[in-house]
Design a protein around this ligand. Structure first.
Ligand code: BMA
Length: 342
């Protein structure tokens, strides 16, 4: 075997596990990856990625970004009995129109179960406004979807992720208002009384040096744990000379005050390692919209790979909590030896 054949090298988590380093690399990518790609679809879909995912009845369902030949993205539902083998429905979802913000592209759906309903927050682009905005839709059955009108904001915004319960009597979400599409962007927390008007937007985290140095944003719906809200977020690194690299990491937040960080892991959770994550519509991307927590505290992390296909990784919830306390030990030891320029 040639060491240059990246796709034949097992992923870091699997290698690390065999060396007893599971704590640093807690997520293991599924051997069947990519578990869903455009070839599985009944019509010519070019790319499928960034799925919202949830358990509904006795099925696992994903709502995926499906990029058609016209380059616009539609939402398409795929179903599975085992969480690994997914079959797309015959047609895309019947998504409700937005009269006040007519969308020409929708993407990155995050599904939150809230009581008997499912609330889906996603990004939309409209020809009438510059930059994306957050759209919100609800459903009870994943057949009929109803729009929840949003107050129009001056800034573009996306990566909205609704918490699964009210905190202090208010709805809470992560979001990411942006002044420019490609500038640095912070991950924020906003509040609402009605899911339509969002206020008290507070910067939760900013990019820092390393794997999340350029832009950061919410990824999956936060998980309530005894230690705090465990949130997976994405970080963009622009240190590569010709590209961005998208990775995932974790942060632990106060259960009563989600604007308070208990600990932000310095080590990333998931990053591109394989051909299906390196090559595609957008190279070097892993991007997550939802996880599913199983009764045995295994977390299924569904993720878009290179904006082209869909992967699955699993991790133990307790290892993710531990990752929130991880330190970049080697970098700290190495770089502190380098004297500062006076
Ligand atoms: C983000 C979003 C995602 C996409 C990622 C990488 O800004 O647009 O939908 O997966 O970029 O291209």
């Amino acid at each position: 075997m040639s060491i240059l054949q990246a796709s034949t090298i097992s992923d870091h988590a699997a290698n690390a596990a065999s060396h007893g380093l599971r704590r640093i690399y807690p997520a293991v990518k599924h051997p069947a990856n990519p578990i869903l790609s455009s070839a599985n679809f009944p019509i010519a879909v070019h790319y499928v990625f960034n799925p919202g995912a949830i358990k509904f009845g006795d099925e696992y369902i994903m709502i995926v970004d499906a990029a058609l030949g016209t380059t616009s993205i539609v939402f398409w539902l795929a179903r599975s009995r085992d969480g690994v083998n997914f079959v797309p429905d015959p047609d895309p979802l019947d998504w409700p129109e937005n009269p006040t913000y007519p969308a020409c592209c929708v993407y990155d759906p995050r599904i939150t179960k809230f009581g008997d309903e499912y609330v889906i927050m996603h990004a939309s682009h409209s020809r009438s406004y510059s930059g994306p905005r957050v759209s919100v839709v609800k459903t009870r059955d994943f057949k009929k979807f109803t729009r929840i009108e949003q107050e129009m904001t001056p800034h573009a915004n996306r990566n909205a992720v609704l918490f699964p319960e009210k905190i202090g009597g208010r709805y809470v979400r992560f979001d990411r208002p942006m002044e420019t599409e490609c500038g640095k962007a912070d991950m924020c927390v906003s509040f609402s009384d009605d899911l339509s008007h969002w206020y008290d937007t507070t910067v939760l985290m900013q990019p820092r040096s390393g794997w999340d140095s350029h832009k950061i944003g919410g990824a999956a719906v936060p998980i309530r744990t005894e230690q705090g809200w465990l949130a997976i977020y994405h970080g963009v690194d622009n240190s590569s000379c010709n590209n961005y690299i998208y990775r995932l990491g974790v942060v632990l937040l106060d259960l009563e005050d989600p604007t308070r960080i208990i600990s932000r892991g310095e080590m990333p959770l998931l990053w591109p390692e394989h051909d299906y994550e390196f090559f595609g519509r957008t190279p070097n991307v892993v991007f997550c919209c939802n996880t599913i927590v199983e009764p045995d505290r295994t977390v299924k992390i569904y993720y878009g790979a290179a904006d082209t296909c869909i992967g699955l990784a699993t991790a133990k919830l307790d290892d993710l909590i531990e990752l929130a306390y991880s330190k970049a030990d080697y970098a700290d030891k190495f770089f502190k030896r380098v004297p500062k320029r006076s």
